[in-house]
Design a protein around this ligand. Structure first.
Ligand SMILES: [Ca+2]
Length: 197
């Protein structure tokens, strides 16, 4: 199970540095996803391999990726392509990008746009995917409705009547031991007179 879209987006937002040239590793690590391996046999597990690992049915080519999905590019100076993470609303969190998102800066994670990545890294946008290394990325879990816990049962507080009964019974036992029959009878009558709850 990989991290969901929201977890990946937040992980991307928190990340500020990267080992230069490790866009594919950085991107899949936001999801805790395994490596796609070297699919095209060029000796490198790069962004191109990452994009190839996504099933065609999970790929989208529109330029409005939702928040928390990986985006992919092809090209670049060495043909390794590029991968990054959409934050939604046209924002892309990318490795090797300046903080202002306007220029290539190896080792820095910045927030930019698809167009700026294409311009600054000589890349061509290929699309976004619902999967990472072929694994479906869960949508953010829907917020669970606030279920109020059942109120704890009230501890049984002795009522005034039961307290009175306890006292009278103790007094009756006492009076009985002392042989005070009249008092015992009076207490018995008082007990009888108490309401029954
Ligand atoms: Ca490769």
């Amino acid at each position: 199970m990989v991290q969901n879209r929201e977890e990946a987006a937040q992980s991307a937002e928190k990340s500020s540095t990267n080992v230069p040239g490790t866009c594919q590793l950085w991107t899949r690590n936001r999801y805790l996803a395994p490596s796609a391996g070297d699919r095209d046999g060029d000796g490198d597990a790069d962004a191109v391999d990452g994009w190839q690992s996504e099933p065609v049915s999970a790929r989208h080519t529109d330029r409005n990726p939702p928040r928390g999905v990986p985006v992919a590019f092809s090209g670049g100076s060495h043909g390794f392509g590029h991968r990054a993470i959409s934050l939604g609303g046209g924002k892309i969190r990318s490795t090797d990008m300046s903080d202002d998102g306007l220029r290539y800066q190896p080792g820095n994670v910045g927030t930019t746009t698809i167009a700026n990545i294409e311009r600054q890294m000589n890349q061509k946008y290929t699309g976004w995917s619902e999967t990472i290394t072929g694994l479906r990325i869960p949508l953010a879990p829907t917020k669970k409705p606030d279920v109020k816990p059942a109120p704890a049962p009230k501890p049984k507080v002795p009522t005034r009547v039961s307290k009175a009964r306890d006292l009278l019974e103790k007094a009756m036992i006492n009076a009985n031991r002392k042989g005070r029959k009249k008092r015992v009878a009076a207490i018995k009558a008082a007990l009888k007179a108490l309401p029954n709850h």
